[in-house]
Design a protein around this ligand. Structure first.
Ligand code: HEC
Length: 450
């Protein structure tokens, strides 16, 4: 998205660091929310379909409970999903500006699809509740055939909307997350930045696929553990009840969590193998090892609960899951910070230059320029006072400038071809005040040695 790059301002190194923290905090809101939303929509749509097909009311009830898990209100979809997405887009456009690579356009695309999916998912949720009302309502009293048939059509339409909106919501959410995760993965590898911003290079990359699978594993495990945590907590929907339905829900949650926790070590290994060398560092490894440890503890806790048919480690598993997700985010962001180090240094330098020019323009401060330093740094390779190097000795060319220091500074600023015996002097890229300072320095040195 090139228009965003035009808004990107040069960033100081302090500012860059701040942006990197903002990105981690933003992801801490976004990733768990997206993971829960995707997981619960997926399970809800799945069990809704299954339930209708097999006429199984347990499945349908479960489907409804699960979709209610995250879709508590619409503002959370905005505060935890949409706004963080836009904020990530903004941060990336600042940090990857003029690097050749850009992900903000793709993140914007993923944002639009996300909005579409949220609308569909909420429609799914509301039509679910509505269809319940239709199913429970019996028209009684004096039957009017036209009312009865209207009622039946409405009931049918609601069911249709319910099925369609669920599937569309799910498909849109999958696409949105896929593009988003792909963009984050793309950003962690600066060797790919040269590919530019083509969405194709994100869609068909192995990093996107593995990153996405990893996200799915996190999403399904956090949803399952969320079901345990929310519904079985004291005072929760299922707490203290031991019937077919709660046993089904508990077993589903424990087994699903277990399965997708166990899948994660493999995905971590693949992820590390695929990461470019310039994004690897020790903290990345350290994090991965720590995550493996947490996954091991989680798997054990789940196993005990499954064996003993209870939910007593409900809170600990939730707590560990949140740490696991946090580390998953920190890992990707450290990789991004490592891979972008060179680029952000360049940005910081550009900023220093920008700030200096800006201040000079405002007359806020004058840079001290030292003619001698410039001479030693820039001229000495080609010039001496009394012998000929690449360029003529100063003692032979300075006399003509003795009363024309402006002319000398002008020449240094913008050298012209003069003596056929020499090649042309290359432009040294000095600023006007620097050219003047070095002109004054060589002139006084020449005059004092006369
Ligand atoms: C890469 C080599 C090179 C560097 C570096 C270089 N010069 Fe030169 N300079 C030359 C050459 C070659 C000429 C002769 C150009 C001609 O006569 O066309 C020259 C000519 C000059 C002249 C004579 C101009 C005249 O009117 O005859 C001055 C004064 C001079 N340089 C100053 C500087 C100063 C000051 C710097 C450092 C900021 C500098 N040069 C850096 C190669 C260099």
């Amino acid at each position: 998205m090139n228009f965003l790059d035009q808004f990107a301002l040069p960033q100081s190194s302090g500012h860059i660091q701040l942006l990197e923290y903002v990105m981690i905090l933003t992801m801490l809101l976004l990733i768990p929310y997206l993971a829960l939303l995707l997981g619960s929509t997926f399970f809800s749509v799945l069990y809704n379909k299954k339930g209708r097909k097999e006429k199984n009311t347990t499945y349908i009830k479960f489907s409804k409970d699960v979709i209610d898990l995250v879709t508590v209100n619409k503002s959370s979809a905005l505060a935890l999903g949409a706004i963080p997405m836009l904020s990530m887009m903004f941060c990336y456009s600042q940090l990857m500006q003029s690097s050749g690579g850009s992900v903000s356009g793709n993140i914007f695309f993923s944002f639009l699809i996300y909005i579409a999916s949220v609308i569909a998912i909420f429609t799914f949720k509301y039509s679910f509740h509505l269809s319940d009302i239709f199913n429970l309502t019996k028209l009684n009293g004096e039957r009017d055939d036209s009312i009865q048939s209207e009622f039946d059509t409405l009931k049918k339409t609601t069911n249709k909307v319910l099925i369609k909106s669920g599937s569309y919501g799910l498909i849109f959410l999958f696409i949105s997350v896929y593009v988003f995760i792909g963009s984050v993965q793309f950003a962690t590898d600066s060797t790919r930045w040269a590919e530019g911003e083509s969405i194709l290079s994100i869609l068909f990359s192995i990093q996107t696929i593995t990153g996405f699978l990893h996200f799915i594993a996190i999403s399904f495990s956090i949803t399952a553990i969320g079901i345990l945590y929310v519904f079985f907590k004291p005072g929760g929907k299922y707490s203290g009840k031991e019937n077919d339905y709660t046993i089904f829900a508990r077993n589903f949650a424990l087994k699903t969590a277990m399965l997708f926790i166990l899948a994660q070590p493999v995905l971590y290994a693949v992820n590390i193998l695929l990461l470019p060398k310039n994004a690897l560092n020790w903290s990345y490894f350290g994090i991965a090892v720590f995550v493996l440890f947490i996954l091991l503890v989680l798997a054990n806790l789940l196993y005990f609960m499954l064996k003993e048919s209870n939910v007593k480690y409900r809170s600990s598993t939730m707590f560990l899951t949140l740490i696991m997700v946090t580390l998953f985010i920190v890992k990707d962001q450290t990789a991004f910070n490592t891979t972008s180090q060179l680029h952000t240094k360049k940005l910081a330098k550009e900023y220093d230059l920008f700030a200096q020019n800006f201040k000079e323009e405002l007359g806020l401060f004058k840079v001290e320029v030292n003619g001698e330093e410039i001479y030693n740094g820039r001229c000495i390779a080609c010039h001496n006072f009394d012998t000929k190097l690449v360029g003529p000795p100063y003692n032979s060319v300075l006399p003509k400038y003795e009363n024309n220091i402006d002319g000398l500074a002008e020449f240094i600023l913008n050298p012209q071809k003069i003596d056929p015996a020499y090649p042309a002097m290359p432009n040294q890229g000095l600023k006007p005040n620097e050219a003047r300072a070095v002109a004054e320095f060589i002139m006084t040195t020449y005059q004092s040695s006369k």
